[in-house]
Design a protein around this ligand. Structure first.
Ligand code: ADP
Length: 403
């Protein structure tokens, strides 16, 4: 079965093609036979399409005013040139889309119909940077592959069984009824990491209690009890919770009221401040990148040191708050750019949790071994570094839906 995955963001678009032979879904993720990514941010004059297949790499410039054509270009590279892996697009059996926001109604992967599209469109107010890009992708596929089933895999779905006590905000209940609630995000990644941790532990996920830490440009934690996400740090939007690359995470909401009353901030300015100019970027004043922070600390930069200490402070206090919803911790899981590659972040995040019986092996940690336990032999809590495979998780959902 050939499964195309489209993972569209506001400024990037990643795609992969998986070829799954036979009738059994592989336990471990196979490599995609073709991968493509478009980056719209590197230059104002053009977008860059990078394609990898058949052991070759190709780079193509795209017109930034023709984003929808960009997707057609991506699809062309599947059937033409050095990166050709299929003869015609009709060989694709199913297309899976990562959709950031599925609202309250979608608690699992869903076949895309006109109603589902209408709901993704309705939710644009809640995910203005992402849901329009998802619709662009869905419609581009409809134009060239009208009869091929398309599946939406929602970032919010894994958190949809969260108890009301986690989901409802302590504001007048009517707002909950109007959709202002904790939805949680990065669900596909948290679910994949939890399932992979269960595989590594050789135990059913339903028997485990885990905390998964997705630490990329966006950062979130999930508390997973018996296979269900019972709490997560992101909320109504991906702005809540941990300190992130450019997002502030949770701050006293009265700061917003103050800025509006006394500094004349409007909604757009607050949005820009909290989503784009805060977090690591806001503190260093230069970069949102954890690698930059670690390099600058070596050079004695005090702001970089502060950014690191704050990142760890918020990470640890949030791990603490996730503990409130589980009764035991079988494993702490680190994933995504920072979680997978930054040994100092993992070491500092674990320091102080020895009272839980959690002991990190600093030498193992330093090697950032993927899909491996980096706790000491006698640690009562496993600490996994897991390479998140969101695209494969989406492909697996599609495969399951087609069987
Ligand atoms: P996104 O959330 O956009 O998918 P990623 O998961 O790729 O982002 O994570 C990006 C973050 O990972 C950046 O802060 C980057 O600095 C960090 N990162 C990537 N590699 C390393 C590394 N070797 N050491 C520390 N941080 C890293």
């Amino acid at each position: 079965m050939k499964i195309l995955v489209l993972n569209a963001g506001s400024s990037s678009q990643k795609s992969s093609l998986y070829n799954i032979e036979g009738n059994i879904l592989p336990q471990q993720h196979p490599e995609p036979i073709w991968e493509a990514s478009i980056d719209w941010t590197a230059s104002n004059d053009f977008g860059t399409l990078k394609v990898k297949a058949n052991n070759t790499k190709q780079e193509i410039k795209l017109d930034p005013n023709q984003r929808v054509e960009g997707i057609s270009k991506v699809l062309e590279t599947l059937t033409q040139g050095e990166t050709q892996v299929i003869d015609q697009l009709s060989e694709i059996d199913v297309v899976g889309h990562r959709v950031v926001h599925g609202g309250s109604d979608y608690c699992e992967a869903t076949r895309i119909t006109s109603e589902v599209k209408a709901e993704i469109e309705r939710l644009i107010t809640l995910a203005p940077n992402h849901n329009p890009a998802h619709l662009e992708g869905i419609e581009a596929i409809e134009r060239v592959l009208a009869d091929v089933p398309q599946v939406a895999v929602f970032d919010t779905a894994f958190h949809s069984k969260m108890p009301r006590s986690s989901a409802v905000y302590p504001i007048p209940y009517e707002w909950f009824e109007q959709g202002i609630r904790r939805y949680g995000f990065h669900g596909t990644s948290h679910k994949y990491c939890a399932q992979r941790a269960a595989q590594l532990l050789d135990k059913p996920l339903e028997s485990l209690q885990l905390i998964t830490c997705h630490l990329g440009n966006g950062c979130s934690l999930a508390a997973i009890r018996d296979g269900i996400s019972v709490d997560t740090t992101m909320g109504f939007t991906p702005l809540e919770g941990l300190m992130m690359g450019t997002r502030s995470g949770s701050i006293d909401p009265a700061i917003l009221i103050y800025l509006m009353r006394n500094q004349g901030f409007n909604a757009e300015q607050l949005d820009q401040l909290l989503n784009k100019e805060s977090g690591i970027k806001g503190i260093t004043g230069k970069s949102s990148d954890m690698r930059y922070v670690l390099e600058q600390i070596e050079k004695g930069d005090d702001r970089a040191k502060l950014a690191f200490e704050m990142f760890i402070h918020h990470l640890k206090t949030s791990i603490g708050s996730m503990l409130g919803n589980i009764t035991r911790l079988d494993a702490l899981v680190f994933s995504a750019g920072i979680g997978e590659h930054s040994a100092p972040v993992r070491e500092a995040a674990c320091a102080g949790f020895e009272f839980l019986g959690l002991k990190i092996d600093v030498e193992k940690d330093a090697k950032s071994p993927i899909d491996t336990d980096i706790a000491t032999e006698d640690s009562q809590v496993k600490v996994f570094v897991i390479h998140t495979e969101e695209d494969w998780a989406i492909a697996s959902e599609c495969w399951q839906m087609m069987h």
